[in-house]
Design a protein around this ligand. Sequence first.
Ligand SMILES: [Mn+2]
Length: 309
Amino acid sequence: MDLGHDLTQAMAYAADYAGELSFGRRRYTRDLTGVDIAVVGIPFDAGTVNRPGARFGPRAIREQTTLVGCYPWAIYPWDFNVFERCEVIDYSDIATVAGYPDRMVEAVRTEMCRILDAGVSVLSIGGDHMVAYPLLQAHAATHGPLSLIHFDAHSDTWGMGDDLNHGTWGYLAAREGWVDPERSVQIGMRSPNPETLGFTVIEANPLLTAPMDATVQQIRDVVGDGPAYLTFDIDFLDPAFAPGTGTPVWRPNDPSGPRAPARTRRREHCRRRPRGGRAAVRPCRNHGARWRNVGLRHALLAWVARGIR
Ligand SMILES: [Mn+2]
């Protein structure tokens, strides 16, 4: 379905709660003529070893992106409007058949090669992290070995022979030469894996104590100027704020993480004796995670856009 430019622009100013649920109100189309960035959904979660549900990710993210982007001059904090700088389309979802991971891999690889061969950049929305396997394969076929910028609680480089799931794609991508570990960096790690495969690893605790600018410079120094692929697992964040993930891992020294209630209780105890238990978790606990998804996806879109112009 191609809604055309006029309606897209009209919907950008329409009520947030109405209208098409494409990514950022972009056109649903597979016509790549004149396109800079294609947003592609991959609703797949058969690669997770724990909690499924990521198949609902692309739809939820698209819905949340309708809540931002209504200011034509910019989206805070960026000083440019991504949609003015680049022609962005919503390529819709890559169809997968539940229960057949091999078909997902083949379908993603085929569609990615079509998009990348047309000179178009991709922002994909998953889906569990196994989808990175065909995505990296297709990008490496186009650009050669890539720097990987990997935000995650897990390294996803556990080697299990040829087995492919959301915890092994990084191992396989390095083994196949699609990513160059010497130019790659993993950020936020907090699941022990002594085998780094040569990746630069920035663990969660140093990340939380180091100045942000120093960490950004460290990432730049490792990655250099070559082609890079950025991937962000939502479990990079503390699950207190983004519980909707397959394998949540708490951030031990995060000032807003699990230690915060303990510190608060200690201070509280000095002032008066506790008089009751803690409140129950609210059923609406995923709202915070949804808001973070909105910001994250626009940050990633801006990152892709900066690489184009
Ligand atoms: Mn993870």
